[in-house]
Design a protein around this ligand. Structure first.
Ligand code: BYC
Length: 318
């Protein structure tokens, strides 16, 4: 069959909302786009463990420590499902890790900011995981089967993450003057980076057109960002706090919140590797990878031994 026919059948499946599975024919650009997005998403989960991981030993109570450990473990799990989903597209995990370490593959800009106080754990849960859910719920309907299925579980866990973040901030917001100030300070620092997570404005989003046509993305960067602003502008009132944007205002005509200009220079600076913590995050990942060589070797040797044992047993049975 001519490639053109394959392409027509492929696009028809997408238009009919039939999932594309690993063994189906797909255009090379679709495969590459998915590898890029899914692997970057996986890297974000893994690097995303670092800012919160550093607070596990400093959590203010056993309960908060248990919650934080569970959340960070969930993120490791998300990274692993996503690496597995990307592997079905013909890239190996080693190649993906190499792309992360060399700087070829990106990960979310948000994880290049420091976590300075305990309230940052609440702000990350509420704002960062909140932005993640807004972006990821539509990905449960992404056209590529393994990605969409992985996202269902990821989203269920993210929703718990967001609630725990909000609850942690709610407790602090009813506390002492210092605790209240700590919450406001965390919101002030995490707000703008959180709304940058949705990516550049639609007009600057180089991948959106093809990703929307292929139903990898169901909503544009700006649409999702607006939904997030509308949601958080209401929730922040329950905390008795404010968002650091003098231009944030309900617009009766559009029925949405207007908001101020995003500092895109800061965004691209962080994305291109020059944010406050980019170097620290990548160095930590590379060190963990190097120090884990013996674990990977031992696991591979163990798997090989088990395989041999099965072969011998089957030989005896035959
Ligand atoms: N940071 O054409 P565009 C999490 C890049 S993890 C860095 O709009 P696309 C969590 C973009 O890659 C959160 N780079 O791209 C974990 C592209 O460059 P390349 C991660 C960004 O792909 C632990 C260029 O800018 N979530 O939730 O159509 C704890 C132009 O952008 C960013 C995902 O990965 C950014 N923020 O749309 C808590 C979700 N934004 O690759 C939480 C899946 C854009 O062409 N990913 N860039 O060199 C997506 O939905 C899409 O990839 C994006 C960007 C909406 C992020």
């Amino acid at each position: 069959m001519a490639v053109q026919n394959f392409e027509q059948i492929f696009q028809q499946k997408i238009d009919d909302d039939i999932r594309i599975e690993p063994k189906d024919w797909m255009p090379e650009k679709y495969r590459q786009t998915l590898i890029r997005q899914i692997s970057q998403h996986a890297h974000s989960e893994i690097v995303g463990m670092l800012p919160e991981g550093s607070w596990i030993s400093r959590a203010p109570s056993l309960k908060r420590k248990q919650i934080l450990v569970a959340k960070v473990q969930d993120e490791a799990g998300h990274g692993l499902y996503l690496y597995s989903a990307a592997e079905t597209l013909g890239i190996s995990r080693d190649e993906m890790i190499e792309q992360l370490h060399s700087g070829k593959a990106k990960y979310s800009s948000i994880f290049n900011y420091p976590t300075i106080t305990w309230a940052d754990m609440g702000a990350i849960g509420w704002l960062v995981d909140g932005a993640a859910i807004m972006n990821q719920v539509p990905l449960c309907r992404a056209s590529y089967g393994p990605y969409s299925r992985a996202m269902i579980r990821v989203c269920k866990e993210e929703s718990f993450h967001q609630r725990q973040g909000f609850e942690a901030l709610l407790v602090l917001s009813k506390g002492t003057a210092e605790q209240k100030a700590m919450v406001q300070d965390a919101i002030d620092r995490w707000w703008w980076p959180s709304i940058m997570m949705f990516g550049p404005h639609d007009a600057e989003s180089s991948n959106s057109e093809s990703s929307m046509k292929w139903k990898i993305k169901r909503f544009s960067n700006d649409e999702l960002r607006q939904r997030f602003v509308d949601m958080i502008a209401e929730q922040v009132k329950l905390l008795g706090m404010t968002l650091p944007d003098p231009d944030l205002k309900w617009n009766e005509d559009t029925k949405h919140y207007d908001f101020g200009k995003i500092n895109w220079e800061e965004f691209w600076n962080v994305v291109s590797g020059n944010g406050p913590c980019n170097k620290q995050r990548l160095d930590t990942r590379k060190k963990a990878w190097e120090e884990g060589v013996w674990v990977r070797e031992a696991a591979a040797a163990h798997a090989e031994k088990r395989k041999q044992r099965v072969v011998v047993k089957e030989g005896i049975a035959a």
